[in-house]
Write a protein that binds this ligand. Structure first.
Ligand SMILES: [Zn+2]
Ligand SMILES: [Zn+2]
Length: 839
């Protein structure tokens, strides 16, 4: 009897796979293609964790399953390696981020290979490789030349600790997402990408995607399209008399109820509007607003505050002079930085008007319902009142009429507004792609000529950003000073670097042609492999990475560089793996801690202390505390893979349960024993599991199609139980090994060989099933001897005449009636009866 030793089996098969180049993708026009993509990891110093393994195992299973079905599969992997952790580590230790990144990548690669993932490493990409970022820069220049990249002085989120600008997405509850420091506002020269030009298409094309509904909704909300009107108020009196103050509103029908206006404290007209008496209050308010983040000013603010400027503007529908206020909940970067306030029909305006004693005028009355006024704003639709020529009109008609009216007078127009803002595309950091531009005092800002790409990161000794907000690159005069590509005169390089998201905007295209040094990818390769048939990664990338990559892809589509409108046809997110060990250990610690306090039992105290340190360790790193290396060392990679998929529904959150790993391991050991002990001579000859086998193939196939890996494994476990209790036929074991192979590939190659086969399971054909054989399980067949009922037995519904005859002749109750007689003839009515004629 052989023992199942994953520690021997797994390295052996990994070496054989490598030697045979089993995972290399070679394009074959005769086969249908399948492109399975994982969100490539940031190679952190802490290594691969079980959350990574979950997603990678899923795509690996699908890849292997598709290959066995005859698909030409592309399954690549690479490294998203620019970013702050390596840079912050460099600032602390002086070790170059390239060195720590290389070390982390080597560790990730070792771990990934130890799990047995079938990546085609010939296509590996690394975003920090100059031969890769050369093309990231090349694409940026395409955007720049298309007018999609522009420079602006922007009030940005500024982390005083990281000394860098942050995108809104990197600010969580007013704090820096990287380090937790309170974020401030700072005006800096920035590069922005006009993602807003693509807002409609990014929204519209969502409908063609097979994505989780929640992710599509997140993108939809992030883009935040609303239909309404632009309405022009004009300043009345003061030095800016007659100046236009355009506002956007989704409810132009409420214009008669606009009793005041609110500008952002940074609005360009605030100074001109402010009267001398109001100046001190306005200036104090402006200074306070500068210290707040956007989030603090909007979502987090419990009370709406504001200050009257002393100035007025004219409401274009009724000529009323409306007071102009400033309030920090209006952001200069949203819309026009000004709003018309309709307290009767907007909750925020109602609150503001109530606090400051501003008139509240009802202009929309609900039909057949009670209005919430005067206790609260009525925000629904209805019929206009107190609205001049709009009186009596339902909301939709009133919107249309007032918009047309304003348009005719040049005081407004129908308009669309978006929540989406242009993408802040520069960082004041070292460890990123240099933005390939040159500033010439005579010629302006120019792209670096293509034959000079890549613009390499210069070597530096110090990685700290300068306190002024510029990147460390700005301090390297020899790098910054260059010749203007147009006039040849002295010019200066752009010193901002790209954000971490840049490299991941197009990596899936580089995999298609990773060694091409003439172009980022050959068009022929792009047409062969795109679109991506399955993209798997964390839901935390639901907005940013996925939106940015879609944006770049659409630009590339417009430039004729890609043939599909969208990159990721089908997307799935793995559910978060929660640390049950953490929860359990923490619970146990609390049980022990009481004993410890009383100081009674020394041994319990030490256990409590041990638990306490474990809890603290886990709390710090949560799931990072579960290292796949440890699981592999104890149980093997095949058990890890099986458990990762068995712990729960793939897309739902689930706890990590070390006890259940043992169960998966036991399953593999049982299959191993069954294969090891298989003896053709002793195997049942009547194919007792025919129907169950076909049903199992059908179900596992359907489960994989829906990515319901846990139920697929459960079906294989049920199949094993049947085989263990009633004996397995050779075909049963063959099918079991083939079906299990995508989940436990090393194990199954070993079992395949033990069953006397040659070659890798990955090159075998995925088992087929016969629908007719899956329908019923077993039928009861009665046995007659010379026309008299003598016994019965169960058989598979599709059992053959020979199988039924053989089974009938061995039924225990029948045997005495045949004793001493010769069987002359056996009549079989399939599925019903066997009559034995004996004499
Ligand atoms: Zn920070
Ligand atoms: Zn020049």
């Amino acid at each position: 009897m052989t023992e199942y030793k994953p520690g021997d089996i797994e390295p052996k098969w990994q070496a054989r796979w490598r030697e045979a180049k089993l995972h290399k993708t070679v394009y074959d026009p005769a086969k249908p293609k399948y492109y399975a993509l994982d969100m490539f990891p940031y190679p952190s110093g802490s290594g691969l964790h079980v959350g990574h393994c979950e997603g990678y195992t899923a795509t690996d299973i699908i890849t292997r399953w598709k290959r066995m079905q005859g698909y030409n599969v592309l399954h690549p992997m690479g490294w998203d390696a620019f970013g702050l952790p390596a840079e912050n580590y460099a600032i602390k230790t002086g070790i170059h981020p390239r060195i720590t990144t290389e070390k982390s990548i080597a560790n990730f690669r070792r771990q990934i290979d130890s799990v047995g993932f079938c990546y085609d490493w010939d296509r590996e990409v690394n975003t920090t490789d100059p031969l890769y970022y050369k093309w990231t820069q090349w694409i940026f220049i395409r955007l720049f030349k298309k007018g999609l990249a522009y420079e602006g002085v922007m009030p940005i989120n500024w982390c005083p600790s990281c000394k860098t600008g942050l995108a809104n997405e990197e600010v969580k509850a007013g704090l820096c997402d990287r380090c937790g420091t309170q974020v401030e506002r700072k005006a800096l020269r920035q590069w922005l990408l006009r993602i807003t030009h693509y807002a409609d298409r990014l929204l519209e094309d969502l409908k063609d995607l097979d994505w989780p509904q929640s992710t599509m909704l997140m993108q939809k909300n992030w883009i935040g399209r609303s239909q309404g009107a632009e309405v022009v108020f004009k300043v009345s009196g003061g030095p800016s008399d007659g100046a236009e103050l355009p506002v956007f509103t989704t409810r132009p029908d409420t214009l008669y109820g606009a009793t005041h206006m609110v500008l952002s404290p940074e609005h360009a007209l605030v100074d001109a509007l402010t009267t001398p008496e109001q100046k001190p209050a306005v200036q104090a308010y402006q200074a306070a607003a500068r210290r707040k983040s956007d989030l603090e000013r909007t979502e987090l603010a419990k009370e709406k505050t504001g200050v009257f400027t002393g100035g007025y503007a004219v409401n274009p529908v009724n000529g009323n002079r409306t007071p102009v206020w400033i309030a920090d909940y209006v952001l200069s970067t949203y819309g026009t930085g000004a709003i018309m306030a309709v307290p009767a029909h907007d909750e925020r305006d109602f609150e503001f008007a109530t606090v400051y004693g501003i008139p509240i005028v009802e202009v929309v009355r609900p039909v057949g319902a009670d209005t919430s006024l005067p206790a609260a704003a009525y925000v629904g639709e209805g019929v206009n009142v107190n609205s001049g020529d709009l009186n009596g009109l339902p909301t939709a008609a009133a919107k249309e009429k007032v918009t047309a009216h304003l348009e005719a007078r040049g005081l407004g127009r129908s308009a669309v507004s978006y929540r989406l803002r242009d993408w802040l595309f520069s960082r004041q950091r070292y460890w990123g792609e240099p933005i390939p531009l040159v500033h010439c005092p005579r010629c302006g800002t120019l792209a670096v000529p293509e034959d000079q790409l890549p613009v390499r990161l210069p070597e530096v000794d110090k990685f700290e950003p300068s306190g002024t907000g510029e990147s460390p690159l700005a301090a390297i005069e020899s790098w910054v000073v260059t010749a203007c590509p147009h006039c040849g005169g002295p010019a200066r390089r752009e010193t901002n670097t790209m954000p971490q998201w840049a490299g991941s905007c197009w990596y899936y295209l580089r995999y298609l042609d990773a060694h091409n040094d003439k172009e980022p990818w050959a068009k022929a390769e792009e047409r062969r492999w795109m679109n991506i048939d399955l993209y798997v990664g964390g839901a935390e990338h639901g907005v940013l990475h996925l939106l940015y990559a879609r944006f770049w892809h659409k630009v590339l589509f417009d430039l004729g560089l890609v043939s599909t409108r969208e990159p990721f046809k089908k997307l799935r997110h793995q559910g978060t793996v929660l640390a049950r060990t953490f929860a359990d250990a923490s619970q146990k610690y609390h049980e022990f801690s009481e004993v410890e306090f009383r100081g009674e039992h020394a041994h319990l105290k030490s256990t409590g202390e041990k638990l306490k340190s474990e809890v603290e360790k886990m709390a710090k790193s949560k799931l990072n505390g579960i290292n796949p290396d440890d699981v592999i060392r104890q149980y093997g990679a095949d058990t890890l893979r099986l458990y990762e998929m068995f712990m729960g529904d793939f897309e739902s959150p689930k706890p990590w349960d070390p006890r259940a790993i043992e169960g998966c391991h036991r399953f593999l050991r049982r299959v191993f024993r069954l294969v090891d002990e298989f003896d053709q001579a002793k195997a049942p000859q009547n194919d007792p599991h025919l129907s169950l086998r076909h049903r199992t193939i059908k179900q596992v196939h359907a489960d994989l199609d829906r990515m319901q890996f846990n139920t697929a494994i459960a079906r294989l476990m049920e199949f094993l139980n049947e085989l263990s209790s009633r004996g397995a036929a050779a075909e049963d074991l063959r099918v079991l090994v083939l079906l299990l192979a995508p989940f436990a590939p090393h194990f199954c190659d070993e079992a395949w060989e033990m069953l006397g086969n040659k070659g890798f399971v990955l090159n075998q054909t995925w088992p087929a099933y016969d629908e007719a054989l899956t329908v019923d399980t077993t039928v009861t067949v009665v046995v007659q001897v010379n026309g008299k009922l003598r016994g019965e037995f169960s058989a598979a519904a599709g059992a053959t005449q020979d199988q039924l005859k053989e089974a009938a002749l061995s039924v225990e109750k029948v045997l005495p009636h045949l004793a001493g007689k010769t069987v002359r003839k056996v009549i079989v009515i399939p599925g019903k009866l066997v009559n034995i004629v004996a004499g």
